[in-house]
Design a protein around this ligand. Structure first.
Ligand SMILES: NC(=O)c1ccc[n+]([C@@H]2O[C@H](COP(=O)([O-])OP(=O)(O)OC[C@H]3O[C@@H](n4cnc5c(N)ncnc54)[C@H](OP(=O)(O)O)[C@@H]3O)[C@@H](O)[C@H]2O)c1
Length: 367
């Protein structure tokens, strides 16, 4: 395929604009796309890129977009509502697909397109973003060399300001089913079904962490021989216990008028943290792998640290799109980030964006 253009759908959004800027810095040929022509014209004028009005509700516009791109980066979420027609169009038109989702139900549903994507020679890679690509690739690095893995646990400790688009997606996710991976199967599990303490190295130290429906639960079993995957997020202990106690009624309320109220309060705009605020946001992800390595029970702990999750999302999505336009790129099917790219090379590439990772000593986490 000679096409080299990278398409960005959602180019007028908070994350889309950052991705477009990153691709411009990398001097890639780009076509910017979104549904609102006025907002799109501003982006096209500011960047000099070609533009194309495309709406996920208009299949012809998606065919036109994916028909002229080698790779499409999709940032139009919530993906559970808007994502599937875009994946279908990309596969039908022989265009590699990546997106910035972190939504479990969407990613689980997209596995149904694996056979067709393989047949068409197309790679479909969801969550090529801060969340989930970093944790997924870290788990692949930590889990290399294990013959059997009894569990992979990831714990996020973040200081993070969410864009309006992310806030709308979080409300949408709280209205849907969340999953853990238990005994080799995905099982519906409410948030905070497990609360535990986790020991990070200083300065973070010991934290209370509640389980939450992060999509490494969907990606990791696709590339590691694992029986259990759970993701946790560090929160104050009273929050963890309140969510544990309230998750049933809260989910039910969000499916009704409370959900509509929350979405209205967030608004329909594409705002987000200022540049200085997002640069100051930090994260640490602790990945713990337990299993059998070289015939013996073993634990591997990897700590990933970085900053600016939205800026990092732009770096990761652009990295993936660039690799997919490389002449030798031949991966196909619905793939986890760690299966679509070399996971260590991807993490190493993020060093320039301030990401570092290190192996830690024996596990100190307690259930
Ligand atoms: N996993 C991660 O780490 C991560 C990081 C960043 C973002 N995200 C996710 O990425 C998504 C985008 O976030 P954001 O903050 O950039 O949101 P946003 O600012 O609201 O941007 C959404 C973009 O999608 C476009 N769009 C919406 N509906 C569309 C439709 N029907 N057809 C075509 N385009 C449509 C919008 O275009 P219009 O101008 O036409 O409305 C806008 O350009 C969210 O789901 C967020 O959770 C995840």
């Amino acid at each position: 395929m000679a096409r080299t253009t990278i398409g960005v759908l959602g180019a007028t959004g908070y994350t889309g604009r950052l991705i477009v800027e990153e691709l411009r810095r990398l001097r890639e040929p780009v076509v910017v796309a979104a549904r609102n022509p006025d907002k799109l014209r501003h982006v096209a004028e500011a960047t000099g890129f070609e533009s194309l009005v495309a709406d996920v509700a208009d299949a012809t516009s998606l065919d036109r977009l994916t028909g002229q791109c080698r790779v499409l980066i999709n940032t139009a979420g919530p993906f559970i509502d808007y994502g599937e027609p875009v994946v279908r169009a990309a596969i039908a038109n022989g265009c590699h697909y990546v997106d910035t989702t972190g939504e479990q139900p969407f990613m689980k549903a997209m596995l149904a397109h694996d056979a067709l994507a393989q047949e068409r020679g197309v790679a479909v890679v969801s969550a090529l973003a801060f969340e989930i690509a970093v944790g997924d690739c870290a788990a692949a690095v930590a889990g290399a060399g294990f013959r059997e893995i009894s569990s992979v646990h990831l714990t996020y400790a973040t200081r993070f300001h969410a864009s309006q688009g992310t806030q709308r997606t979080i409300v949408r996710m709280l209205q849907t089913a969340g999953y853990a991976y238990e005994r080799g199967a995905w099982v519906e599990t409410p948030p905070a079904s497990v609360v535990r303490t986790v020991d990070f190295p200083p300065p973070i130290g010991r934290v209370t962490a509640m389980s939450f429906p992060s999509a490494e639960v969907i990606t990791i079993p696709r590339h590691l021989p694992v029986r259990e995957v759970r993701a946790f997020i560090a929160v104050p202990a009273p929050v963890a216990h309140t969510v544990q106690w309230m998750s049933g009624p809260l989910t039910a309320a969000l499916r009704g008028p409370l959900g509509r109220l929350a979405t209205r309060a967030i608004g329909t705009d594409t705002g987000g943290p200022t540049e200085s605020t997002r640069h100051a946001d930090t994260f640490a992800i602790l990945v713990e792998v337990r299993g059998i390595r070289q015939g013996a029970a073993s634990v591997e702990r990897l700590l990933v640290k970085g900053r600016d999750p939205y800026g990092l999302t732009a770096t990761i999505a652009a990295y993936g799109a660039q690799r997919m336009t490389d002449a030798g790129y031949d991966r196909r099917g619905v793939l986890a980030p760690a299966a679509a790219f070399d996971p260590r090379a991807l993490l190493d590439d993020l060093a320039s964006a301030g990401v570092s990772y290190e192996r830690l000593g024996a596990a100190a986490a307690t259930a």
